[in-house]
Ligand binder design. Structure first.
Ligand SMILES: OC[C@H]1O[C@H](O[C@H]2O[C@H](CO)[C@@H](O)[C@H](O)[C@H]2O)[C@H](O)[C@@H](O)[C@@H]1O
Length: 569
């Protein structure tokens, strides 16, 4: 596959003419709003989330937008032609929600921790929605995509379902005993695979050009483990096979030959898009204005959308110069975490195939996961640093043919993702451990001296670039993946360290909740009780994956009566 894939613009092809025309109109409204309202407090995503108002005519709105020159005219224009962003998602009132479910967090004895956990549990009611029937009836009037079941959104500006966020939402819902809501979420994602061939970044027409870190099989496994619902496994199985094909297709797969002449297959992120992201078009266009040629701009847009596919948007992890976003080279990076997730997906599919009696498929996927495991260990493991490192392909050529592995192409910079393979300890799907205990301990020691472990949790990287997936931000999914891996490594010392990380995280969430009344999308790990910042949009609250991780940590760790929940003094 070339770095500029033939299908770089294929995401467009999936929609009707009406939906495309609506998105084009909304992007004009977005740039008009920036011109008229100014950059202060401007969120470009708001405008591409606007549904057409009942009875409003798109062509008339198109004719009117160019004439808008003042704030008052813009307000009148928006009120006339559009409904409120998010109004096409209606409240769901999940029937499986109970204020205090039976058997909720049995190991949380502290009254203070328990009262707070119940408040976080109650947030599912605020975040649960259903897509309004008008969306399926008139998809040309909404950028929101129809979904069959109830949804749980991250919160604030993130008014729609997101792919990898949903894994931690499901984990939290299982703690909350909301099995039906969790199943609806999984079936919605299965539906997206049936419709598009992969799980979209999010359920909006502007997210159809890319996916996100692939965790659907993990959601199915968690639900199956909690409920024994084999029907769900059977229902999801064809979609899991389809999703796997997407991630190992020419678009994502790269062949690399190791020093012993063995050729391995690993995957990378690569969006099918080479234009500005509609939800951030004004930002992407401003960045690209630093470049001269159309070809250079298209390459940058492709790298931006591919970074969004990684879930780490944005980070010095994908930049050759960490202070210059125009140097994004996402598609040239073979990421540690993506390949960990695909290895896990292959193990999960093998387990599901066995469960439903598809012996031959079970064998194929068991072999595939072993081959990827070997590839991760051969190409990404660095024995001197005792971490796994992203591998950078040469950025001056295209990605055709087989690459020859070179040690110098491992990126020696420290990121939390360098430790994500530990997570496979927690989920060996019955196929044997990923790491032995001694190696897990060595990786733990490397993490302890990496500079990532901070007073309020694990930082995303050690570079403070102003990007949101860098220092000093800590993200709930990263804490959880690493802590779960350490907890299940078999080592008492690693278990204690995992408990320490989780304790720091729970405390910072608690302190920030007490001072702000909200759960946050990300936290600043330099000090207990601080929410995070940086990046291209204002920090958000709600927040799906933070709530899920908090509940999962409390379930896994418990919280004794005399354990302090506030920040340590
Ligand atoms: O609007 C900008 C970008 O926002 C999303 O990314 C961030 O929020 C997601 C939802 O919580 C999360 O999954 C992602 O990891 C965050 O970086 C969106 O996913 C991007 O595609 C979008 O361009």
């Amino acid at each position: 596959a070339q770095m500029e894939p033939a299908h770089a613009a294929a995401g467009e092809g999936d929609h009707g003419e009406g939906a495309r025309a609506l998105l084009a109109l909304l992007q004009r409204v977005q740039s008009g709003a920036l011109r008229v309202l100014g950059p202060r407090d401007f969120d470009p995503k708001l405008y591409v989330d606007l549904p057409l108002a009942p009875g409003a005519d798109r062509a008339a709105a198109e004719a009117a937008v160019a004439a808008v020159t003042t704030r008052g005219e813009m307000e009148a224009f928006l009120a006339r032609y559009f409904a409120r962003a998010g109004s096409d998602l209606v409240e769901a009132d999940p029937p499986d929600f109970e204020a205090e479910p039976r058997g909720f967090l049995p190991r949380v004895a502290s009254g203070e921790a328990r009262a707070w956990a119940l408040q976080v549990h109650a947030l599912w009611k605020d975040l649960a929605r259903r897509v309004a029937p008008s969306v399926a009836a008139r998809p040309d009037r909404h950028t929101l995509l129809p979904l069959p079941g109830r949804v749980v959104v991250p919160g604030s500006r993130f008014r729609e379902v997101y792919y990898w966020d949903s894994y931690w939402v499901v984990r939290g819902l299982l703690v909350s005993k909301m099995y039906d809501t969790a199943k609806d979420i999984v079936l919605n994602l299965v539906y997206l695979v049936e419709e598009y061939g992969f799980v979209l970044n999010g359920a909006r027409s502007y997210y159809t050009n890319r996916s996100q870190p692939p965790l659907l099989s993990s959601m199915v496994l968690e639900l199956y483990t909690a409920t024994g619902d084999l029907g769900l496994v059977r229902r999801a199985f064809p979609s899991l096979l389809k999703e796997h094909s997407f991630w190992v297709s020419e678009l994502h797969n790269v062949e690399i030959m190791d020093n012993h002449g063995r050729v391995h297959n690993l995957s990378r992120y690569q969006a099918m898009w080479n234009k500005p992201r509609p939800e951030s078009a004004t930002i992407d266009e401003e960045l690209a204005s630093k470049l001269n040629s159309t070809a250079a701009k298209e390459k940058l847009y492709h790298q931006i959308a591919s970074a969004a596919e990684s879930g780490w948007d944005f980070s010095s992890r994908w930049m050759s110069n960490s202070t210059d976003m125009t140097t994004l080279v996402t598609t040239f990076v073979i990421p540690v975490d993506l390949n960990t997730f695909i290895c896990k997906m292959e193990r999960d599919i093998a387990v599901f195939a066995e469960l439903i009696g598809e012996k031959a498929t079970a064998e194929i996927f068991s072999q595939a996961s072993k081959a990827r495991h070997t590839a991760i260990e051969s190409l990404l493991w660095n024995s001197e640093m005792e971490q796994w490192l992203d591998y950078w392909l040469p950025t001056d050529g295209n990605c055709q043919g087989v690459y020859k592995w070179e040690l110098k192409s491992q990126n020696r910079k420290i990121f939390a993702s360098n430790f994500i393979p530990l997570w496979l300890n927690a989920h060996n799907s019955g196929l044997g451990p990923f790491l032995d205990e001694a190696k897990s301990v060595r990786v733990m020691r490397s993490l302890q001296t990496s500079g990532l472990v901070c007073p309020a949790g694990i930082a995303t990287s050690v570079s403070n670039t102003g990007q949101q997936w860098d220092f000093p931000n800590g993200w709930a999914p990263l804490q959880h993946l690493i802590a779960e891996g350490l907890l299940n490594s078999g080592s008492t010392e690693a278990k204690e360290f995992a408990e320490d990380i989780a304790t720091r995280w729970v405390r910072t969430n608690y302190a920030a909740y007490k001072s702000s009344g909200a759960m946050h999308e990300k936290y600043d790990v330099e000090a207990c009780g601080k929410s995070g910042g940086g990046g291209e949009y204002k920090p958000q609250t709600g927040f799906g994956w933070s709530n899920g991780v908090l509940l999962a940590f409390l379930e896994e760790l418990g919280w004794s009566q005399d354990k302090e929940i506030g920040c340590p003094s």
